[in-house]
Design a protein. Sequence first.
Length: 259
Amino acid sequence: MIGAGLNTHYYKTFSPTDIGGCVLHLSNYVGVSAIVNDVVEKWVDISPSGNHAYGVTNGGGDSFFLSSDDGTAPGWDGNDVTVGASFTASTHILELKDTIILNEFTIFTVHDITADTSKDSNLTLCGRYPSDFITLRKGDDIDRVQMKFEGELTTNMSNLTANLDLGKTRFAVRRQSGTSANVQVFQGGSEITDTAADDSTTATKEFRVKYIGARLDEEDGEVTHPFNGQFYEIIIFNKALSDAELAEVDVYLTEKHNL
């Protein structure tokens, strides 16, 4: 298990920026502001990049955030419960100020996929659909992780060693250089790829991240594969972290979110 046996409460002295290469860090503890009906106005990126996320909705007035404990607006002032962005409608998408362009990368999320046996429940990071996306698909047929980089379907991982978790969990994807067994996925600190996916396009095909929560076609505006659940934290590095660095971030998220 990643991070097993490391110091508890490590997050009090550790920040992902200590590792280097952190290009996005959205945390439910920091920098969330909202407008009417709790729709996200701005979610502050606390990485050195300052690539803030903004709420994209197309009407409906559905709350983008869960209500806080003391009835105040989102912001988590110490009296509120620890909640995240609540994606409940197909129009709920977070859009980053700037597109993140990656080759090697490591992406961490803390999220809660809501069970819905009538359809897939998805968590998507998307750049320019249909060219760039990573989607976690929890459905009524088979759990899988789909990835496409610059139009090439790198993998449709359905050979996971464990089902995708319901409830609050941490997840990671690491893409290393090379062409063989260089894409891995981790859940709850353990690798769940039966065989790490081969990605022969690492050297030439970039992965772009612009949207969180759904696949959005920038040509016609169509939204597909919306997320149904809560989103607590995302950290993106523009490099493949070492196993030791993976452990550091995993402990940070585990202790911070009491997982």
